[in-house]
Design a protein around this ligand. Structure first.
Ligand code: ZN
Length: 149
């Protein structure tokens, strides 16, 4: 991860992705949505992918009502290509009730360097018609369990 604290304004594409993934009907996600104006970029992943790490003025916001024992993953969606083919996924993590990082994973060796537009994000749990996509989802479920906390 590359550090350049305080120098990078919060990019529009990160705001767009967070507001697309976080749902106002969930109390935790509502609190995280309210934190967005106070978030800055603390660093980016060193591999060149679109993963970003957040810094947050915790004195300015309320933490989300998150059980500390809960897994830090709070929201996720699949990334699909122009024909709906699965390319990867994007994940939102919070620590101690505060937005912490946004992770972009690729299913292939190709690095996803920019955040996908919201129309390329597919919430999990939606009905799938393509069995190949279901197979990829199965892989994703196994991977999610491997995430360290
Ligand atoms: Zn990376």
């Amino acid at each position: 991860m590359t550090d350049h604290p305080g120098t990078e304004p919060f990019p529009d594409d990160v705001v767009m992705t967070l507001t697309h993934l976080l749902r106002p009907d969930d109390p935790v996600q509502t609190a995280l949505l309210a934190q967005i104006p106070h978030v800055t970029i603390k660093g980016r992943c060193g591999c060149g992918c679109a993963t970003v790490y957040f810094d947050l003025d915790t004195g300015a916001v309320m933490p989300g009502p998150i059980d500390p024992a809960r897994h830090p993953l709070v929201a996720e969606a699949g990334i699909v290509g122009p024909c709906g083919e699965p390319l990867g996924e994007v994940l939102v993590f919070a620590r101690d009730g505060y937005l912490s990082w946004l992770e972009v994973c690729s299913w292939s060796d190709a690095t996803i360097r920019t955040l996908p537009s919201p129309d390329r994000l597919e919430p999990y749990g939606r009905t799938r018609v393509n069995p190949d996509i279901d197979a990829v989802q199965g892989t994703s479920a196994i991977r999610a369990d491997d995430f360290g906390t």
